[in-house]
Design a protein around this ligand. Structure first.
Ligand code: MSP
Length: 747
């Protein structure tokens, strides 16, 4: 049996997975199912990349140890894959049909990484050298591998020039060998245009890379040097080997021996990822392996496939923009209408754009796709075919006047079969023979397109065929034949509905990898037994439905969605889902009555009045003046927040570059503010107190990690901090007595 080892990248568990991360896993799940249905023995791996300073910092911000933090986040990934209908087993557990899940905090991974490294070192590819780069002492992080002056992109402070002894990997030694590998295996990187990118990068010259760090703690210890830990990519990439048993025995477990083999025609190692991390996979990874196993080309991956990015409404998803879309609420929203949410999401992600290219995502196009393709085209075909078989043919798959074997033989050129067909012209005149011919072409193209990961073409081809069958039904109108004379037209009706039912069976098998639930439901409605997944997709043949098989009652497989209701539901489930993420109150605030509450708020606003989107009410869409500051004597005790709460607010220094009035909004000004790393647009409710021209060049404090909002149709991405003074709440912008660079974080 041919082996196929398939991996997704291992994801950073610093945040919960969104549609983008789900995209790669879903695509790989489709590919894994396809390969299994083609008779491959598949091992499919995903996981989490848990080391490094980013995770360490996120854990510290959450007040947790890195171990506990990553373990909690890891669970979110495992749970999501399960929710998406992908069974998962966490390392070291595994089974043939489940997604394997490796995480880099597992002790076996230490063995793996050190093992690979020691082999490379023994072969002379690791050396110690002075590393020079920029390091932020305040945030304890490596900012740049370059010595050029740069500010820390977290705190804005200038990063210090540091030098330390690190271990380096001799990447430069592999330039020629990598180019040879690409020449010899043109399919090593896919799609082709990505191969060209990789080649030209290597041709431009490779520099040795530092693979350890001395100032990091949260990482895999360097063998024989307690002062160093592995630095990111060496650790992360090796997880692909750990996940399949590399740490076991001297040369890996039996499973490792079985699956980690690149032998064309026998076994393949296939890595899938988005284009942003292609270079690490296509350059570093084969070099790391060649260094450890110089004479074993079967240890190298077979294919590195880089796909495109998923955007939300043409925009890159990012937490700070507040436009991150999560898959769970989408699935729940559709499920609540009886539509198979998982299938719908899978179909949409694969159908919308040619695989490999970037694609944009929106709820509207999601609903539109579902209704047009799943509810209308495929759903209707299934529904009316099964319905008519129930009504006109006693709910049984009919025996045909000319059997499929005869039709198949005639298509293959058999003269006798052809003569039989000629004697039964209806099979030809109705277009039945043409449908059978088309099914053969479809099968070939689906096999080829699937193998090349051209998922949108697979689906476009299947849908063209579904369209042909729908047209065939309309042109032959079995309902009219039944109305005219059911008995006299029985043979014709049997031919037409028998063809439609067979086409549905055919399509159910082809679509099973993409629509696991829907395909099984079609299968069941046709009265077929067992699981569609047990069918061999590569050996799929027309004409396997057994005459006499009882079909089930027709029930909508993909019920049509009402656009407005579904949009509302999608928003509602997404909102409920966002609330799930909000940090829970640790302690209940002291109970205070309404009056006291107002006083507390006004006292807070006297300390610093934010002037930006959050200072406004949603209804008015314009800032309301802050309540006047009470005298200190009137203050009640302000509820205390922890330092953890405070550090969540990111405030940075900024310089106002432009300021202008917003037509129709008498209190608002539109500002652009340079915050060091970028120039942001912020709306501020200060128009009644500041003339725009007096603001240019002013140093201000900007809250930079607020979700963007639109005020009077103008996007505001941040908030300017001001005091609110006197009865009328006059804003006075907070600024500095000394010169400060832009983008410095306030702590
Ligand atoms: N931990 C590294 C990978 C190490 S692999 C040895 C990493 N993690 S990541 O979480 O930042 O991203 C991993 C992958 O998530 C991307 O390569 C891609 O497969 C997927 N995606 C995350 N966001 C995505 C989109 N918005 N669109 C498409 N894929 C995206 O890099």
């Amino acid at each position: 049996m041919k082996k196929f080892f398939l991996t997704t990248p291992i994801y950073y568990p610093n945040a919960r997975p969104h549609v983008g991360s789900a995209y790669t896993t879903i695509v790989c799940d489709v590919l894994a199912r396809f390969k299994r249905m083609c008779g491959y023995d598949v091992a499919f791996l995903t996981g989490t990349d848990e080391h490094g300073e980013k995770l360490e910092r996120a854990a510290a911000a959450a007040g947790k140890s890195p171990q506990l933090f990553v373990a909690e986040k890891r669970k979110l990934f495992v749970d999501l894959w399960k929710k998406l209908g992908i069974p998962v087993k966490v390392y070291p557990e595994s089974d043939q049909r489940s997604l394997r899940f490796i995480y880099t905090d597992h002790p076996d991974h230490v063995t793996s990484v050190q093992r690979l490294l020691i082999r490379a070192r023994d072969n002379g590819y690791i050396f110690k050298q002075r590393y020079e780069g920029r390091y932020c002492v305040s945030d304890e992080r490596y900012v740049s591998d370059n010595t050029d002056p740069v500010n820390c992109d977290i705190c804005g402070r200038p990063a210090e020039l540091i030098s330390e002894d690190n271990y380096f990997f001799k990447l430069s030694a592999f330039e020629q060998r990598l180019l040879e590998l690409y020449e010899k295996h043109p399919d090593f990187v896919k799609p082709d245009y990505r191969m060209n990118e990789v080649k030209s990068f290597v041709k431009s010259g490779l520099r040795d890379i530092s693979v350890s760090r001395s100032r990091l703690k949260w990482g895999i210890p360097w063998p024989d040097d307690i002062h160093q830990v592995f630095y990111v990519w060496y650790d992360a990439l090796t997880s692909y080997m750990t996940g399949i048993g590399y740490a076991h025995g001297e040369n890996g477990s039996e499973e490792f021996q079985k699956y980690w083999r690149n032998k064309p025609g026998e076994s393949e190692i296939f890595h899938m990822m988005a284009k942003d991390i292609l270079r690490f996979h296509a350059i570093y990874w084969p070099a790391f392996i060649m260094a450890a196993y110089p004479d074993q080309p079967e240890m190298l991956p077979t294919t590195i496939f880089a796909h495109g990015w998923i955007y939300y409404e043409q925009d890159k998803m990012s937490k700070s923009k507040g436009n991150v879309v999560y898959p769970e609420p989408m699935v729940d929203a559709l499920d609540s209408f009886g539509a198979p949410g998982n299938d719908a999401l899978r179909y949409y992600l694969l159908r919308e754009a040619p695989f490999g290219q970037d694609t944009s995502f929106s709820y509207e196009s999601f609903i539109k796709r579902y209704n047009a393709d799943l509810a209308n085209d495929l759903g209707n075909l299934a529904n009316r075919t099964v319905n008519m078989i129930n009504r006109y043919l006693n709910a049984a798959i009919p025996a045909l006047p000319v059997g499929w074997e005869t039709i198949n033989s005639a298509i293959m050129g058999d003269a006798q079969a052809h003569a039989t067909l000629e004697a039964n012209r209806f099979a030809i005149d109705s277009g039945t023979v043409e449908i059978v011919e088309k099914s053969k072409i479809l099968h070939e193209s689906v096999m080829a397109r699937f193998t090349e990961c051209e998922f949108s073409f697979v689906l476009a081809n299947v849908w063209a065929f579904v369209g042909d069958v729908n047209k065939y039904l309309v042109e032959n109108a079995p309902w009219t034949l039944a109305e005219q004379d059911l008995q006299a037209n029985r043979d014709r009706i049997a031919m037409i509905l028998g063809t439609a039912a067979e086409a549905l069976r055919f399509v159910a098998v082809l679509l099973k990898p993409v629509l696991p639930a829907g395909a099984q439901r079609i299968w069941k409605q046709l009265g077929c037994e067992g699981k569609v997944s047990n069918q061999r997709l590569d050996e799929l043949k027309w004409g396997q439905l057994k005459p006499g098989t009882k079909v089930c009652k027709a029930e909508p497989i993909f019920p049509r969605l009402d656009k407005a209701l579904t949009l509302a539901k999608l928003e509602e489930t997404a909102e409920a889902d966002r609330n799930r993420d909000k940090p829970k109150e640790k302690s209940k605030p002291v109970e205070i009555d309404k009056k006291q509450e107002a006083e507390v708020r006004s006292q807070e606003s006297a300390q610093a009045t934010p002037v930006g989107p959050q200072a406004t009410t949603q209804e008015s869409q314009a800032p309301t003046p802050q309540p006047p500051a009470p005298s200190p004597a009137a203050a009640v005790e302000t509820p205390k927040i922890s330092i953890d709460d405070f550090v969540k607010v990111e405030m940075r220094t900024g310089e106002i570059k432009t300021a202008e009035a917003i037509p129709g909004a008498k209190k608002l000004l539109k500002l652009t503010v340079d915050i060091g790393t970028e120039v942001r647009q912020v709306c501020a409710g200060i128009a009644e107190f500041y003339a725009p021209e007096t603001l240019i060049g002013k140093k201000v404090i900007v809250v930079t990690n607020l979700q963007p909002r639109k005020l009077r149709g103008v996007e505001s991405n941040g908030m300017i901090v001001a005091a609110s003074v006197g009865e009328e709440g006059r804003p006075v912008l907070a600024t500095f007595g000394e010169d400060v660079p832009n983008g410095v974080r306030l702590k």
